[in-house]
Design a protein around this ligand. Structure first.
Ligand code: XMP
Length: 502
């Protein structure tokens, strides 16, 4: 695939746009796109592929915010399944965050490399609890704890529904090795699929000549690979997941644990990314972990973007104060209107470092505007909150029976207090409590599954590409980025009313 590379016209526009008065003070509701001659017969085939970092692409250029009311394991899994990426928040202990990363990495893959096992001798009651805890329906049984030698397979179908069998042993019910279909570890997914179909089985354990367990292939995972060609996956077929690490305190220890858990991309996210704190953090992470994918921010100016580029980051997170849970602009006056920030940072670094536009999206059209003005991907917080996959409970108003969930800025007093539950370090607690809040908590309507929202965004982005007269997001960006004003119409108050008031 040919991605948008800096060309002469791009570099000209990069130097031109920073101080262009046309961009000053501008944000999403200030423009419409002039419709272009449509090229595609079907919008279904429009590719939205875009770069997340220097090395990772997404089929849906959407990233869920690393906020404790937006992204835990469940949201990250849903994001990757739909072609985006979830960034697991860090307002929790290192162990808990690493566990969430590991959960996403284990959730789907072509081959489960370290399947959950229990030893012969386990009771059915223990096996049932184990299956529930790990959300699995089949357990490999090994000859003894930690032996790694396959003795059999216990699936939910093997457990009798009637009678009290809770204290009986798994070996009485499992399919023993001699009756199991197994295979040597070096099998292609296509061959595994054929065996699963021919033998009408759900699971194929992979073992060597001494029956040592090397992996497990399940029909659920094989089906998933077929049904989700857009899912964001690593080279081994596991879902991609990002993780926030911060820039102070335990961030080196946290990075080590998250790397071990399998995180694919690390986010150093601080309110003021254009700072010495960021520089020290990036240098420390690079010297300890080398070239791991690092997305850093937040910045909102050309100088901030150049600073990030100089640090050698793999993606720049752009946005100071546009977020729905943010009070930064109200409390400090610091900030840059979000579309101006996206354009200004892109004008500084072009396509040399991908830009993640972070915050301020209220409508799907805002995502498209961000992408054609400079962003490669867009981070969403409130737009994805209120969903089943976002952490937190659904609250029902007893009077109106309307359902809601909580969405909160990560520096809101509520988020800060909760993040300190797991922390032992007295100095960190005092410093966090003494820092005035720049975030707030709000209630948002309950919206059901995030899958529906992502499906809608995909559809609207494809339509927008079609109105832009192109067959892919990349082509639309290549055409529009050198001079967006050729394609954008600034709005007057009355045209804004005509466009958005309904
Ligand atoms: P949206 O508009 O998508 O924004 O809800 C999500 C982004 O908001 C940022 N964020 C904060 N900004 N104070 C801030 O100034 C906060 O407490 C805060 N919490 C989150 C963050 O960049 C997120 O992705």
């Amino acid at each position: 695939m040919i991605m948008c590379e800096p060309t002469d016209s791009l570099s000209n526009s990069m130097s031109k746009t920073k101080n262009d008065p046309g961009w000053i003070g501008m944000t999403f509701d200030d423009f419409l796109m002039r419709p272009q001659l449509g090229k595609t017969e079907s919008r279904q085939h429009i590719s939205l592929n875009s770069r997340l970092t220097q090395t990772l692409d997404l089929e849906l250029p959407i990233v869920s915010s690393n906020m404790d009311s937006v992204t835990g394991a469940r949201m990250a899994e849903a994001m990757a399944l739909t072609g985006g990426l979830g960034v697991i928040h860090r307002a929790q202990s290192i162990e808990r965050q690493a566990q969430e990363v590991a959960e996403v990495k284990r959730s789907y893959s072509a081959v489960i490399e370290h399947p959950h096992c229990l030893p012969v001798g386990t009771t059915l009651a223990e096996a049932e609890q184990f299956a529930k805890r790990h959300k699995i329906t089949g357990i490999l049984i090994e000859t003894k704890g930690g032996s790694g030698i396959l003795a059999g397979l216990l699936s939910s179908r093997d457990i009798p529904w009637q009678g009290d069998h809770q204290q009986r042993r798994v070996e009485e019910f499992m399919t023993p090795l001699e009756r199991l279909h197994t295979h040597k570890p070096d099998i292609s997914i296509e061959d595994a699929e054929q065996i699963l179909f021919d033998k009408r089985i759900e699971r194929l354990p992979l073992v060597d000549s001494e029956n040592r367990i090397h992996g497990l292939i399940t029909s659920k995972d094989v089906r998933f690979i077929r049904e989700r060609p857009f899912a964001s996956k690593d080279t081994k077929g596991h879902l991609l997941v990002g993780a926030a690490i911060g820039a102070r305190g335990d961030f080196i220890e946290r990075t080590a644990a998250l790397l071990e858990a399998g995180a694919d991309c690390f986010f150093i996210d601080i309110a003021h990314g254009h700072s010495m704190v960021m520089q020290q953090a990036v240098e420390a992470v690079r010297s300890k972990f080398g070239a791991i994918p690092l997305a850093c921010g937040n910045v909102a100016t050309a100088e901030g973007a150049m600073f990030m580029k100089g640090l050698g980051v793999d993606a720049i997170k752009v946005g100071v104060g546009p977020g729905r849970g943010c009070r930064t602009r109200l409390e400090t006056s610091a900030g840059v209107p979000q579309l101006q920030a996206i354009r200004e940072t892109w004008s500084a670094v072009g396509e040399s470092v991908p830009i993640i536009a972070d915050g301020g999206v209220r409508y799907d059209k805002d995502i498209f505007l961000a992408l054609i003005c400079g962003a490669s991907t867009v981070m969403l917080g409130s737009a994805l909150s209120g969903t089943d996959e976002a952490p937190g409970r659904v609250i029902e108003d007893p009077a109106t029976h309307t359902k809601k969930k909580i969405y909160r800025g990560m520096t809101s007093p509520e988020a800060v207090l909760e993040s300190l539950y797991d922390v032992d370090d007295g100095e960190a607690i005092t410093s966090a409590l003494e820092t005035p809040a720049e975030g707030q908590e709000i209630q948002v309507p309950y919206k059901g599954s995030v899958q529906n929202i992502l499906h809608r965004i995909r559809g609207h982005l494809r339509s927008a590409v079609s109105y832009a007269g192109e067959a892919s997001l990349n082509d639309a960006r290549v055409k529009i980025l050198p001079d967006p004003f050729e394609y954008l119409i600034p709005l007057s108050e009355s045209s804004r009313r005509e466009s958005y008031e309904r």
